[in-house]
Design a protein around this ligand. Sequence first.
Ligand code: T5A
Length: 208
Amino acid sequence: MTRGRFISLEGGEGAGKSTQLRALAALLRGRGLDVVETREPGGSDGAEAIRALLLTGEADRWSPRAEALLFAAARADHIEKTVRPAVERGAWVLSDRFLDSSRAYQGMGDLTDADILTLHRIGSAGFLPDRTFLLTLPEAEASARARSRDVNGADRIGGRDSGFHQRVADAFARFAKQEPDRVRTIDASGEADVVTARLVGALEDLLP
Ligand code: T5A
C-alpha cells in the first residue's frame, strides 16, 4: 500500500489557514484522494480535551513550560491516534497548525527552539510533515480578518499583544528560510480561490 502524505498549514492568526484547508481538502478529494482534515491543538479525543485547557481561561493559567508540555502532549496523542494511522493507510492528512506553531509561539521565550524540538522528539519521535505551507499576510489585513471572525474576542493565545505576534511571524519566516524543501511560503492575500491555486501549485510535485 502506498503511504499517504502529511501536510500542515501554518501562519499567524487570521491568515486564512482553516479556509484554505477546507478548500484544499475539497480539491484533493476531487482528484480522488482519501483526505483527512484535522487541526492542532486537537485532532483526537485526548488532544481536543487538552485544546480546551490550552485555549480557555486566564492569560496566566499556564506557565510557559507547562503550556509547551501540554501542546507536546496533545500533539503526541494526535499523531498516534489520527495522523499516523491515516497516512499509513494511504490518506492525505491536512492539519491546521502543527509543530512549527509550537516552535514559533512557545519556542522564543522561556524555552528555545531546541527545547521544543526535544519535546517533539520525546513525544512524537520527531514526526514531521511532508510539506508545510506558511501563509503570510500583512499584519493589518490578518488582524482585520481575525476580528471579523472572532466576534466574541480572541482565545488565550491569540489575544496576546502585537509585539508577540510579530515575533511569531519572524520565527515562522526563519523556519521557511532554514528548511526550504519542507516549508513553502504562500502569499495569503487576495481572494480565497486565488490563494488555493497558489497552494496547489506548490503541492504538484507531491501529487500522484
Ligand atoms: N498555538 C497552536 C500555539 O501557541 N502553539 C501550538 O503548538 C499550536 C498548535 C490556536 C491557537 O493556539 C496557538 C496558536 C493560536 O493562537 P486556532 O483555533 O487554531 O487557535 O486559531 P487561529 O490559528 O488563531 O485561527 P484560525 O486558524 O482559525 O485562523 P485562520 O485559519 O488562519 O483563518 P480563517 O480561515 O479562520 O479566516 C479568518 C477570517 O478571514 C476570512 C474567513 O472567512 C474568516 O472570517 N478569510 C478571508 N477573507 C478575505 N479573503 C480571504 N482570502 C480570506 N480567507 C479567509
